[in-house]
Design a protein around this ligand. Sequence first.
Ligand code: GDP
Length: 197
Amino acid sequence: LFAADCQFFFGSQTIDQLPPAERPEIAFAGRSNVGKSSLINALTGRNRLARASSEPGRTKQLNFFDLGERVTLVDMPGYGFAKAAKAVKEDWQNTMFAYLRGRTTLSRVLLLFDARIELKKSDRDVMDLLDRAAVLFQIVLTKCDSLKPGKLESKRREVAAEIGKHAAAYPHIVLTSSETGMGIDLLRAEIARLAEK
Ligand code: GDP
């Protein structure tokens, strides 16, 4: 599957203009700067497919990528800018909720957490949102190269305990690094498996 071309084909700024729901969809979410663009680029083996770093203030949109005409990868706008106005945050939540709730082809959300950073309120809010939307989500820890194995394992356990509270959380946590390639094949295999369904 990942040998195939991955192509950007649609950007949605509002929930009223989404591409047709034709293929299984996997969405990537996470705080801004979590390493989402780097991960999508590492997975698809292409540089700058997902534009690196979505800065605050930049137009937020849902970006849709076609992978081998079998599965759609969706890059969700990063959340959690400390400086964003409350109205902007609420707007983000409403749009995301509408998408998550209404998208019949959405098979899973990959929710990215930076292995080096404590979970924030915004991360917990998003997990609550996913529970409410009843969308199965899986945690992907990013930047795992920056922790020693012992620290990484305690981080994994800490996150596992946290997601135990969430009905929609898939229990297996994927440890990744876009720098070293750790976990990338595993994540590709999971995505390929979801594409079969
Ligand atoms: P995004 O805003 O979530 O799309 O994040 P980016 O992919 O732009 O990455 C944010 C920052 O984290 C950049 O400075 C990257 O170089 C860094 N980064 C991303 N992935 C990794 C990783 O696997 N390991 C390390 N050490 N740094 C990473």
